[in-house]
Design a protein around this ligand. Structure first.
Ligand code: AMP
Length: 532
């Protein structure tokens, strides 16, 4: 009889944990969970686990931690170190979503967020701290975080932390921790440096490895833009600008193209750098380190130079020039949409390259959808939204009296809205100036006219609502019955999306959503301006 896989109950979890798991909708434990959960709950050894992000490893350590920590005690009982702030946020959200006792406080601490805000959260009492090494060290130095009593230390994506040059920080953090703690080390790869780290800092240890596909499949959206050579740079800037967080690799054909694009990007104020064959090994290492640490968020490369480059979490791969062959297309775009994250592969083609693109699509068996370069008005709208979000994130207590007094003084000179507008203008007019963008030829052609009886619609749903292009199309089909083949040029951004449909269908869609949302603004509206 074949072995039936264990259930969550078989792993020794409590009724509370099982209820939280059911609420999350997990049906059965993933392979890493089957191995790690019972060992953590029943044994007392340290653990090294080889597993990738996307395999359910957060719940594999998160569920047992929640079971074993005491929410009534007022001390940090577990520290999870992660290489990036995105992962710190993701891990702490996932652990929070798995707990049944809301007194158990899970606090993320990472660079870039206000120190004081984190301080206040820590002071209120944290049981699990999830942090990036640099910021955790800062807190240790300021004595705002004490790790003497922790029972668990989790090194998450340890190989990535080593790649990012965090070894010294990690060692210093470990020195501050309780020597009797249990240590769990998770790593996607097991290079010798990881083994050395484990030998040095882990006690009696069990090694666990799973060969498992990520639970969430690769999610890469493939799109292409038809742009003239002279307009590629403008298109690139717009793609970067409309995203909340762009972290991407831009592929050029030649070394000199790489250099040109990088110097243009830097001139326009982007944090970009280059790797190609003429760059020394030392310089290459330094650049890659900066990219991994997110001190630059645009890396421009040739195919050869990008070989062997292992960076996870890319939001975008941009084919500034069409790759030579389908294999190289697959290879390039495979660098995004990894580990359960959503990624976008964008290809620029000139009209003459269309045949070659069709060939790449056919051989690589990838549907690459035509789309249009973001419109300047939408970019500015996205930037304003981001500014507003950041302003609202500032903690009121942090602002302090000086600024309030200053505000009162300024208000002696004019009305509230007048003064606020002046301040906003002063702070942002350069960043929000539409004139910094060049007009694209497609925009010149389409201004004021509707192309081929198609209408562009704005949908107030985006990546933040877990929308992907296929999900958006499905949503429209389910709500309106408009067939798949009539929904084109689907673009999904963080906050909103666009689709193009024939006029008649547009009328129908608008009417349906108008009816659905009486009183409120409908989910689907006409895009302000017809783009091409
Ligand atoms: P992780 O590898 O921890 O980043 O998890 C990847 C994704 O898989 C997260 O969205 C989890 O919520 C989800 N997940 C974790 N465990 C399971 C499970 N047993 N069944 C289904 N989804 C899961």
């Amino acid at each position: 009889m074949p072995d039936t896989p264990p259930t969550f109950q078989d792993l020794g979890l409590s009724a509370d944990a099982l209820a939280a798991i059911a609420k999350k909708g997990f049906e059965e434990p993933s392979p890493i969970q089957q191995l790690v959960i019972p060992k953590l709950l029943r044994n007392s050894t340290d653990i090294i686990a080889q597993a990738q992000t996307g395999t359910g490893k957060t719940a594999a350590f998160g569920l047992p931690l929640i079971e074993m920590l005491n929410p009534r005690e007022f001390s940090v009982q577990a520290l999870v170190l992660t290489p990036t702030r995105e992962l710190a946020i993701q891990v702490s959200d996932e652990i929070r979503s798995l707990r049944s006792d809301s007194r158990l406080q899970v606090i993320p601490v990472y660079g870039g967020q206000s120190f004081n805000q984190q301080l206040r959260s820590l002071k209120k009492g944290a049981h699990i701290v999830v942090g990036t090494p640099g910021r955790v060290i800062d807190h240790l130095h300021r004595r705002t975080l004490r790790l003497e009593d922790i029972e668990f230390l989790v090194l998450d994506e340890a190989d990535e932390m080593l790649n990012m040059g965090f070894i010294e920080d990690m060692e210093e953090i470990i020195k501050h921790t309780n020597p009797d703690k249990r240590t769990l080390l998770f790593s996607a790869t097991m290079p010798p440096r990881i083994k050395e780290l484990a030998k040095k800092y882990l006690k009696e240890q069990e090694f666990i490895t799973v060969k498992q596909q990520p639970l969430t499949p690769r999610q890469t959206e493939h799109i292409y833009y038809e742009v003239k050579n002279a307009e590629k740079f403008e298109a690139l800037c717009r793609i970067i600008d409309i995203e909340d967080e762009f972290y991407g690799l831009v592929f050029c054909r030649t070394k000199s193209d790489v250099d040109t694009v990088v110097s243009q990007l830097i001139e326009r104020g982007y944090d970009a750098d280059a790797i190609h064959g003429d760059i020394s090994q030392d310089q290459r290492e330094r650049t890659l380190m900066k990219f991994r640490q997110r001190r630059i968020n645009v890396l421009v490369a040739t195919d050869v130079a990008a070989r062997g480059l292992d960076v996870v979490d890319l939001t975008h791969v941009i084919n500034y020039a069409l790759p030579q062959d389908p294999e190289s297309y697959v290879h390039r775009s495979g660098r995004t949409g990894r580990a359960g994250k959503q990624g976008t592969s964008i290809t620029f083609i000139t009209p003459r390259e269309y045949q070659k693109l069709l060939f790449i699509q056919r051989i690589s068996k990838t549907a690459i959808k035509k789309s249009i370069v973001p419109d300047v008005k939408d970019i500015i709208k996205a930037k304003k939204k981001k500014i507003a979000d950041e302003v609202m994130e500032i903690n009121a207590q942090e602002i302090g009296e000086t600024y309030h007094n200053w505000a009162k003084k300024l208000l002696e000179h004019g009305s509230e809205s007048d003064m606020l507008a002046r301040i906003l203008y002063h702070a942002y007019h350069a960043e929000l100036d539409p004139d910094m963008y060049d007009e694209l030829h497609t925009e010149r052609h389409s201004r004021g006219q509707d192309l081929e009886g198609q209408a562009r619609l704005f949908v107030a749903l985006g990546k933040k609502d877990s929308i992907t292009p296929p999900k958006l199309v499905k949503f429209i089909i389910q709500n309106t019955g408009v067939p798949n083949e009539l929904i084109n040029e689907v673009q999904v951004y963080d906050q909103f999306s666009f689709i193009t449909v024939p006029f008649a269908e547009a009328e129908r869609i608008l009417a349906i959503f108008q009816k659905k949302n009486t009183g409120k603004k409908p989910l689907v509206t006409k895009a302000r301006k017809k783009e091409s």
